[in-house]
Design a protein around this ligand. Structure first.
Ligand code: SME
Length: 168
């Protein structure tokens, strides 16, 4: 009986999570429709993430500075963060370099992790590739370990797809 109840709770939590993500993505779509100010779009996108997702302590963007081949801080919500991240350094620089999502369950085990905020314990970074060129990354930090599961990753990648399609 207890196992059945736990099972129902887990399924229900999964459904709530899906609904929240779907609503957040709809909000993003309507928020950016007819908008062309990229800084404003990214600023509101980071606010949407920060105020919708539970258990996170930073959400924002690092943008690719092609001339200097590094990431620079973009719009975000959370504590003051590192202004510059070299390519292939930290979770952001590595994700940008390999152009793949990095979902890090425990940042303390990630070689070269850049600790902007000591409170961060897990992190997900999704590269933003527009027309085959690196635009930047979406970075979300969490104060707990193992914050982002596969479903989080899937929905956050969808979130980035909506932004990409709008910006390109
Ligand atoms: N932890 C990141 C740096 C950015 S902050 O988390 C906002 C990294 O290792 O790339």
């Amino acid at each position: 009986m207890i196992i059945l109840i736990l099972y129902v709770i887990i399924i229900a939590r999964g459904e709530i999570m899906k609904t929240n993500y779907e609503l957040m993505i709809q909000q993003l779509e309507s928020m950016i429709a007819n908008e062309s100010n990229i800084i404003g779009i990214l600023a509101n996108a980071s606010a949407l993430l920060f105020h919708t997702l539970p258990n996170i302590n930073w959400a924002g963007f690092y943008l690719y500075d092609k001339q200097n081949d590094k990431l620079t801080l973009g719009p975000f919500q959370g504590k003051i963060a590192c202004m510059h991240i070299p390519m292939n350094k930290g979770v952001c620089g590595t994700s940008a370099h390999i152009k793949k999502t990095l979902n890090v369950d425990d940042v303390h085990t990630f070689d070269g992790h850049i600790a902007c905020d000591n409170a961060s314990n897990s992190e997900i970074v999704i590269p933003i590739i527009i027309n085959n060129a690196l635009f930047g990354v979406l970075d979300i930090d969490a104060p707990i370990k193992n914050r982002f599961n596969n479903e989080d990753q899937l929905y956050l990648e969808k979130f980035v797809d909506v932004l990409k399609n709008h910006i390109s």
